[in-house]
Design a binder for this molecule. Structure first.
Ligand code: 0GY
Length: 310
């Protein structure tokens, strides 16, 4: 793959670029697999980063994303609007349109968006909006504004993607449970995997999914959640092994409501940049049978993003 460039913007100090030489995964993805969480960044010279952004990344273009898709063996992508583009969805939309129907999008929108603009996003392939509650990434948006947006996108068959940290779930519970659409949680609600699997924090997340059949979860981002990190233990060839029981529990309890994605180009990592090929090799450790893998990688994302093809 071509190497990351900086474009017209100066990257945030210490920014880690995505890894340009991913391994060929050993795990062979099922036919029609969907990378259901990834982003495009710019390129900044063509699609400028938003003035309200909290970080400036390296560029990560649609061509580079599609090259990764083909290298790893995915068939399709779900491109999630990254906060560095604010509510300017042009880079994501451009990638969806250029994919020839092989990418769907999740947008960030404001209350001021017109119905015609929402319809144009739909025509480009957008099927959801993202509400972000991670304070280092976004400024606060009032909940009544978000609820209004959720009610407007519901008749279009769209869903809401929510991103939050596990410690904030109790405070956000009432809001999340009033959302009228399917609700997709990014990265299992970011559990602290150094805490017990059956401790109160993760139990609350499991309860959230168990009691609300409209809630789905991405079992993604072991590289973000892991404390043990990417290094395999001697004799144990498994990176991010501390995340496995958390993801496996969600996959096995809610096999029809889970999604998986690379999270390429991996914004804001501070410690290491994962090899996306090795991330794919993580999948069979959390979805351990061909049936679970088929649901996670094909059936579920197709049902949510390409229902007309199912
Ligand atoms: C992710 C995670 C992060 C960033 C964003 O849109 C974004 O900027 O989602 C993060 O920094 O944890 O899912 O890409």
């Amino acid at each position: 793959m071509s190497k990351p460039t900086t474009g017209d913007f100066t990257k945030t100090a210490g920014w880690m670029d995505w890894y340009a030489g991913p391994a060929q995964p050993r795990f062979v993805l099922p036919a029609g697999a969907v990378d259901a969480h990834c982003h495009v960044f710019g390129p900044g010279a063509e699609f400028p980063y938003a003035s309200e952004r909290k970080y400036t990344p390296c560029d990560a273009s649609k061509a580079q994303l599609f090259a990764l898709r083909d290298h790893l063996g995915f068939d399709r992508n779900v491109i999630v609007q990254a906060t560095c583009h604010g509510a300017d969805n042009r880079a994501m939309v451009d990638a969806c349109v250029a994919s020839g129907g092989r990418a769907r999008g999740v947008a960030t929108v404001k209350r001021s968006i017109s119905d015609a603009e929402l319809q144009a996003l739909h025509a480009a392939g957008v099927r959801g909006v993202r509400f972000n509650f991670v304070k280092r990434l976004v400024d606060f948006t009032p909940k009544d504004e978000l609820l209004e947006i959720a009610h407007r996108i519901k008749p279009m068959g769209w869903h809401v993607v929510i991103y939050f940290e596990a410690v904030d779930l109790p405070e956000l519970w009432d809001f999340f449970t009033t959302l009228p659409t399917t609700v997709v949680v990014d990265h299992m609600g970011r559990p602290d995997v150094s805490k017990p699997l059956d401790g109160p924090e993760f139990e609350l997340f499991v309860k959230f999914m168990r009691e609300h059949s409209n809630v789905w979860s991405k079992v993604s981002c072991p590289e973000r959640l892991s404390v043990t990190g990417p290094k395999a233990l001697q004799g144990e060839a498994l990176a991010y092994r501390d995340v496995v029981p958390f993801a496996r529990r969600i996959v096995e309890n809610f096999p029809d409501r889970v999604l998986w994605g690379t999270d390429w180009p991996h914004p804001n990592l501070k410690d290491h940049m994962p090899d996306d090929g090795l991330l794919v090799d993580f999948i069979p450790h959390i979805a351990v049978t061909p049936e679970l893998q088929q649901k996670l990688l094909v059936t579920n994302p197709m049902r949510l993003y390409w229902p007309e093809s199912c």
